[in-house]
Design a protein around this ligand. Sequence first.
Ligand code: NAD
Length: 373
Amino acid sequence: MRIAVPKEIKNNENRVALTPAGAQEFTKNGHQVFIQQSAGLGSGFPDLAYQNAGAIITPTIEETYSKGEMIMKVKEPIEPEYSLIKENQLLFTYFHFASNKPLTEAMIKSKAICLAYETVEKDDKTLPLLVPMSEVAGRMSVQKGANYLEKPLGGRGILLGGVPGTLPAKVLILGGGIVGTQAAWMASGLGADVIILDVSLPRMRHLSTVMPKNVKTMMSNEFNIRHLIKNADLIIGAVLIPGAKAPHLITRDMLKEMLPGTVLVDVAVDQGGCIETCKPTTHEDPTYTIDGVLHYCVANMPGAVPYTSTLALTNATLPYAMELAQKGWQEACDKYPELHHGFNIIKGDIVYQAVADTFHLPYVPVSYYLNHH
Ligand SMILES: NC(=O)c1ccc[n+]([C@@H]2O[C@H](COP(=O)([O-])OP(=O)(O)OC[C@H]3O[C@@H](n4cnc5c(N)ncnc54)[C@H](O)[C@@H]3O)[C@@H](O)[C@H]2O)c1
């Protein structure tokens, strides 16, 4: 198969959909890889590394798109790319259709096959191509929080782990899923006192058996939250209710109860945030302060560490991409049934119920395409 990897052109996106190691796996298996000039540079992979792996460097985005039977990307195509996408081309990338009507309409018109990373879903409801980015954001939330707790940056001026003879910082984590767990590992590793709040008892049972002694779990409810925020130094928002906006667990009035210089990192900002006063910020201007409480709410945290994020993402995508290249998109589902859920639009038909419902457009079950080959 011919696999093409365009350079990401969305603002501040430095990730790339394929590493030189991935390119080598494809070429070794008899596939051709076309990668746009400098596509890997933002993640630290020069063109030469891809060439050494057997890939062909294409000078322009137009040429890159024109070469591919499968297009591998990170972010959804943006407007200038719409006209480059052809009928029957397989696009494997993050799309997030439900929040983007122009993109949905453009992909319907293109008659391409759109396989969305974010909806690839296993039987146990886990999302294997979203997990790596949650892991990155979770670990990073503590790194950022520790940094902003420094006085010159607006924080309380407390070192996360303290030193002998002083108490460590108190870290409160709302939600003990992927983000919350990774945040807890980082914060506890630095010596902080950590409390994870969740509503799932099975989840907290699991966490209490695997986490170190300086991590405690507690039931998430308003009573406990109001009590704990009074002396927390760093609060991390990591709640997710699948398919819904995050609930506001910390409301505006609660900020007054907090210590001045408390740092809030709301990782759930991309789902509306679990802190009422949270609004999306960017890496250029990541923080703002309300009532003496510092807010960090960057909606695309993994974008700041493209090297790690690219490797983490491609570790997860490559096995699927390889099967798609070897067998084609219909038969690839035999080995990886979770790909079924990944198809959102096929040859002009919306095959993902939630996207069809969002835009009140007709829905065709994906089985129509998968059973007719
Ligand atoms: N900002 C970023 O760059 C970035 C990157 C990756 C993920 N995220 C976001 O981070 C959030 C968390 O993602 P995740 O992968 O950890 O999700 P997850 O599903 O693994 O975990 C969510 C957890 O929240 C818990 N929860 C639900 N309601 C709760 C409540 N009322 N109180 C406390 N806990 C509650 C659930 O039981 C679950 O354990 C999502 O909104 C995700 O989109 C943001």
